[in-house]
Design a protein around this ligand. Structure first.
Ligand code: C5P
Length: 258
């Protein structure tokens, strides 16, 4: 039977958001972004397995936070190395891979299922996309405008991105590509990439303002879970009642709190 694995590269230092911890461990509603993202993957009906790549120093903590049903591996030097290591740790029977960004913490489970379903239906590579609301200009290195692409044809790309396993493995074997996402590598192979409609809630938490927006969205969901997007109720921790969250710090009960 076809199995679907979701891999989450979360092994970057990612300190730009502030707070003194890697971005994936920044708190949203009292829980790390990574925990929210993994809970959404767990709620998706088509995801069978989840593998997370964490920084070497955080592997044990991530495993504790995420519980025994999630495999946590040590990441590599670059994002693509972390993805490759996570994919290698996936069960052999897996032939559909979703690559998800921990910073898209509030991604609806229905979107995750939509991407997986499109790959299961035969598409080799699938990305969720949304229309671009700003006019986008291409500039040269000095900032002078070179081109104004037709906005109606532009799309912003979200995650999870879904692939047939062999297509993604071939893409990860390519060297020296200057692309910013997994689908970009697959395009370089000449494989067709198709789109499904993305979702506003799947935005990437990148700036402090994004975190404020995510907090408000989470509070609204928790206040009226039946009116929120289906499958996006309050996050649960499978395990880890002994793990305490404080802004800027993560520690386990009994350990020194300095
Ligand atoms: O640092 P950057 O924004 O490129 O990271 C994008 C994503 O890739 C982040 O989720 C980060 O944790 C992950 N990453 C990784 N392994 C690395 C570098 C980044 O998993 N060596």
């Amino acid at each position: 039977m076809t199995r679907v694995v979701a891999i989450v590269p979360a092994a970057g230092k990612g300190l730009r958001l502030g707070g003194g911890v890697p971005k994936a461990l920044r708190l949203l509603g009292g829980r790390p972004l990574l925990v929210h993202a993994v809970e959404a993957l767990r709620r998706a009906t088509l995801v069978d397995d989840i593998v997370v790549a964490a920084p070497a120093a955080e592997v044990a903590l991530a495993a504790e936070l995420l519980g025994p049903s999630v495999r946590v591996v040590e990441g590599g030097a670059e994002r693509v190395d972390s993805c490759r290591l996570a994919l290698e740790a996936a069960p052999a029977a897996v032939d559909v891979v979703l690559v998800h960004d921990a910073a898209r913490a509030l991604t609806p489970s229905a979107l995750i299922d939509a991407v997986a379903a499109a790959v299961l239906a035969g598409a080799p590579a699938v990305i969720p996309v949304v229309a671009v609301t700003d006019t986008v200009r291409e500039v040269d290195p000095t900032g002078r405008v070179v081109r104004t692409p037709d906005r109606s044809l532009l799309r912003a790309v979200q995650t999870p991105q879904g692939f047939h396993r062999d297509v993604l493995a071939r893409a990860y074997a390519l060297e020296g590509l200057l692309v910013t996402d997994d689908a970009g590598m697959v395009e370089a192979l000449g494989v067709e990439v198709t789109t499904v409609p993305g979702h506003g809630d799947a935005f990437k938490v990148t700036t402090p303002a994004d975190l404020i927006l995510a907090e408000a969205l989470l509070a609204a969901r928790n206040a009226a879970p039946t009116r929120a997007s289906p499958g996006t109720g309050p996050p649960r921790l499978e395990k880890g009642s002994d793990v305490v969250f404080e802004e800027g710090k993560l520690f386990q009960e009994g350990n020194a709190r300095g």
